[in-house]
Design a protein around this ligand. Structure first.
Ligand SMILES: [Zn+2]
Length: 254
């Protein structure tokens, strides 16, 4: 049985399995993956400030993640070479008991969620807190008998959130502009119809001439990111009215 068949067979909420599947397939927007498109993106790991942040690093090298796994008592197989990542996962699923596999999968999701929170300047949590969160939610699954859709924190759900049409995602973008050095920054976050974060990124843009350009660039990067991740039904939302109006205008703006 392939690791993907095993993954989909675990009794976990779909959003957790989708997150893990994206990790295994390397479809997760780590900074290494983003830097393939945005060549200026820094590749430092958001959790440990260390090595290039790849899916391999986050699961097999990152001291933060390894401490989470260690705190949970997960006896993972010896860490693999990069080109043996999928073999390592297959061995892991073979060698761990089901309850341990569930801990591992929920940990991946919780670590990624925490990483995204940190990216947006939310308070840093310690590995032990992530581990406690994993234990708490696994217990809730077992106690409830149902499989609730999890959110580590409701504080990241926008107050103005309204349901999306089926199968749509919403892409929010924002830009900041520094006129002293003509640099801008882009923030992008993609949520599904349940308001769960599917992807997010922050991106520095040198050589930005003005604030309007920064907003237009952020919008373009948001659309490119959602295309890159394979989202086909997308609602793009930003607070730069002039940019939104120009995009909605079918005529050529000279
Ligand atoms: Zn790291």
């Amino acid at each position: 049985m392939s690791i993907y068949s095993k993954l989909w067979g675990f009794n976990l909420p779909e959003n957790i399995k989708i997150c893990c599947w994206r990790f295994f397939r390397n479809f997760i927007p780590t900074v290494v993956n983003l830097s393939k498109r945005f060549t200026n993106a820094a590749s430092t790991c958001k959790l440990c400030n260390g090595n290039s942040e790849s899916n391999y690093h986050l699961l097999c090298e990152c001291p933060f993640s390894l401490e989470v796994f260690n705190t949970l008592g997960l006896l993972l197989p010896a860490m693999p070479m990069k080109n043996q990542f999928l073999l390592w996962l297959a061995h892991l699923f073979e060698s761990l008991q089901t309850s341990e596999c569930l801990k591992f999968l929920v940990s991946i999701w919780a670590i990624w969620f925490h990483r995204n929170n940190k990216l947006h300047n939310n308070p840093q949590q310690r590995p032990i807190e992530i581990a406690q969160f994993v234990i708490q939610h696994l217990k809730e699954f077992q106690d409830s008998g149902a499989l609730p859709v999890l959110q580590p924190s409701s504080s990241h759900i926008p107050r103005s959130w309204s349901p999306l049409p089926e199968n749509y995602v919403k892409v929010n973008f924002d830009a900041s502009f520094n006129s002293l050095n003509n640099c801008s920054g882009t923030g992008i976050i993609i949520r599904n119809s349940n308001c769960e974060i599917m992807a997010s990124c922050a991106h520095p843009n040198p050589d930005t001439p003005n604030a309007t350009f920064a907003e237009a660039l952020a919008c373009k990067q948001a659309v490119l990111l959602s295309c890159d991740l394979g989202f086909q039904k997308v609602i793009v939302e930003g607070d730069a009215l002039s940019i939104i109006n120009k995009i909605k205008n079918a005529t050529v703006d000279r």
